[in-house]
Design a protein around this ligand. Structure first.
Ligand code: CMP
Length: 141
């Protein structure tokens, strides 16, 4: 089934000038980028985006990190996009990620892990709607 997922190139990866390499990996792996923009979240916006992690001990640090600089947000489309993108990202902790994955290549630690991807259909819907409206998403590629 053709699915959509939300991808974020995080502030660490944008600042390190690795965005182009990540985008190239997405294209080589068959993802269509149907929407894309660069944004700089406020701390409050990052808190809203990561609201499911509100009770976690890393919530404050994570949302400070995610608002420290610009990010690149994309809607990716592909058969089985959610699971396939999670495989391409690799484990949350770059030290545990497989060779050749985005986080292994570009992540530094469990927080500064280069990229984000939706973990389910429900979170993909929430996350895509958080950043994009229907007019901003290209149809019929
Ligand atoms: P992400 O896929 O964006 O989803 C939640 C983020 O929280 C995760 O990537 C990491 O950046 C961060 N995170 C997850 N677990 C931890 C942890 N144990 N300590 C610090 N940050 C974490």
């Amino acid at each position: 089934m053709v699915e959509r997922t939300l991808s974020i190139i995080k502030p660490d990866c944008v600042a390190a000038k690795n965005s182009g390499k990540v985008i190239s990996m997405l294209e080589k792996n068959g993802f269509d980028i149907v929407a894309m923009k660069k944004v700089w979240l406020t701390k409050q916006q990052a808190e809203k985006f990561y609201i499911v992690h509100k009770e976690r001990p890393f919530y404050d640090s994570l949302t400070t990190f995610m608002s420290e600089g610009p990010i690149i947000v994309m809607v990716l489309e592909k058969e089985n996009a959610i699971e396939d993108y999670r495989k391409l990202m690799g484990a949350t902790n770059p030290q545990e990620a497989s060779d050749g994955t985005i986080r292994k290549l570009f992540g530094s630690n469990i927080e500064r892990n280069a990229v984000h991807g939706s973990d389910s259909k429900e979170s993909a819907d929430y996350e895509i709607n958080f950043f994009f409206n229907e007019l901003e998403i290209v149809k019929g590629e």
